[in-house]
Ligand binder design. Sequence first.
Ligand SMILES: [Zn+2]
Length: 365
Amino acid sequence: MRTLSLLALGSVVALAACGEPTVSAPEDDAAIEAANETGGGVADGADAGAARPVIAGAEACFESELADALLDMCVLSADVMAGRLVETDGNALARDYLLQRYDEIGLEPVGESFVHAFDFERPIDFRNPDAGRETLTGYNLIGRVPGRQSSRAIAITAHYDHIGPGENNEIFNGADDNASGVAAMLAVARHFAENPPEHDILIVAFDAEEGGLNGARAFVAAPPAQAAPVALNFNLDMLGYSPDGDIWAAGSYHTPALLPIIEAAAADASVTLEAGYDRPTGDPREDWTLLSDHGPFHVAGIPFLYLGVEDHEHYHQASDEFNTIDPVFYAGVVALSIDLAERLDAQLPALSDAASQVDEGLTGN
Ligand SMILES: [Zn+2]
């Protein structure tokens, strides 16, 4: 019930932001404050178009992690972001927004700044191997919530890039892939900022996942020297739309100690959490071990837990937009992401001692 009432408010907040691109400054703060001081209610004369009415005692609704997550997903998948393709203005706009959110949540930079640039190569034309290769620059955004003990860290990750506009200039907004994961990651970040974790939490928004997991590869190859070693990766990629209502947790085949954590979280979740899609079958549709940013962690021998939905009709389509997200399902997954992160932090020593198998041959998703 609590989830549903928060959801309703969160949807109102998010849709209000998404429906009207203009931002107007509150004009009648004094009237609203006066209303609050007199015990609530909307102030007479307050312009509803200029400022959201604040009801004394109900402020928490607008401050909830879920309301934040819906807003973040809405903003990141707005047309103005133009699909967030690496090295485009839309991608840079998403980055600027995330940097403001990192500040607002109170994350610490790792090193001098949240921004960690990396270069990567890719073929100029995938269909023509003779066309040569080009070098691009991506930007991972790394923030930290310090733990009570800082000998090892959990990396909570989600890629913020997407595939940009299509050939006919239609915008691939990437609401599910992966504004949904980034927004949930920020909800987890805020949770730990307000409820200090046992271990260091690294919040990492990866760039250039599409087409080769390049941000994750760069991070694993050269982790920031100022950060504690990463003992576990919790990766969030596509959390917002699931026709059958299932959300999948991959990783427990490689790290069986994850299974009781997944089962305990599943028992408390409002969505159906299943473990799977991680057995080596040779078919990437059945084994997601190397399909998203957790892949490079796995190859480096670092245990991972990946949370995501099965492929669906909006995957890498222009229809993957905010309006096709399932808000009830997503609300459950945001709560589940926070719950799983809490459990992983509590049980990290046992998990990080667990062996993980090593595969090779990364692909992109
Ligand atoms: Zn993705």
